[in-house]
Ligand binder design. Structure first.
Ligand code: DX5
Ligand code: ZN
Length: 227
């Protein structure tokens, strides 16, 4: 089942509760935390996440694009996140961190920048609930989808099948009506979409349309038929 996670990076930050309401029916709200060090942009932190978690019933999918996630990620679980993604490039002890996130009660997820391969992290996969394959360089919404990431999505899906893991595979960056089918066919099942949802006239309808498109593409995908 395809999940669509609108990214509030493309929403109006002065009206976050209303913007969450505007995508009612979305599976998760994707919240991009940037610290101006790991990526050249700055967004929001723990207090905003705490308020947003109180303001919406939609679970929060935190994407931490920050240095020292080992220190900060647990605080985002306490702030009310249902899923916390750290970048493996920034984590000092990814296994310990994933275990801590899970122990505190959230789903643990690892993100890979476009230049980071999945293979060195194969042994970590059983410790995780989700892997995020970035399909743009992290830092900004509205960038063009990197087709060159499709083989990495495919190889990650093969690893999930190899170990028979219950692991979600998320893509983030440039996901839109024109690219979501390629992602689904390659093996993604969780789709972050910022500008494609909040740039639409009816964001909730955009979520439904993207989900339907992804589900059609998944139904015909070889990786999904194997199960
Ligand atoms: C980029 C963020 C994304 C961003 C995606 O670094 O991680 O979540 O909001 O925006 P779009 O869907 O517009 O590429
Ligand atoms: Zn993101």
């Amino acid at each position: 089942m395809a999940q669509i996670n609108p990214s509030i990076l493309s929403a109006d930050f002065a009206r976050l509760a209303e913007e969450a309401e505007a995508v009612r029916g979305a599976d998760w709200l994707h919240v991009d935390v940037m610290d101006n060090h790991f990526v050249p942009n700055l967004t929001l932190g723990v207090p905003v996440v705490e308020s947003l978690a109180r303001a919406t019933d939609t679970p929060l999918d935190l994407h931490l694009m920050i240095e020292d996630p080992d220190r900060w990620a647990p605080q985002y679980v306490e702030a009310g996140a249902g899923s916390v993604t750290f970048h493996v490039e920034a984590a000092a002890a990814p296994v310990r961190l994933a275990r801590e996130i899970r122990a505190k009660g959230a789903r643990a997820s690892m993100a890979l920048k476009p230049g980071t391969p999945i293979e060195p992290y194969e042994d970590l996969l059983p410790e995780l609930d989700m892997v995020l394959i970035m399909t743009v360089e992290p830092g900004f919404g509205g960038q063009a989808f990197l087709d060159i990431m499709l083989p990495k999505i495919r190889r990650t899906r093969e690893l999930i099948a190899k170990y028979d893991l219950d692991l979600w595979l998320q893509v983030d960056g440039g996901v839109a009506a024109s690219t979501i089918e390629r992602c689904a066919e390659a093996g993604a099942d969780v789709f972050v979409a910022g500008s494609a949802v909040y740039g639409a006239e009816d964001p909730a309808e955009a979520v439904r349309a993207l989900r339907a498109q992804a589900e059609r593409a998944t139904a015909g995908a070889s990786w999904a038929c194997r199960h």
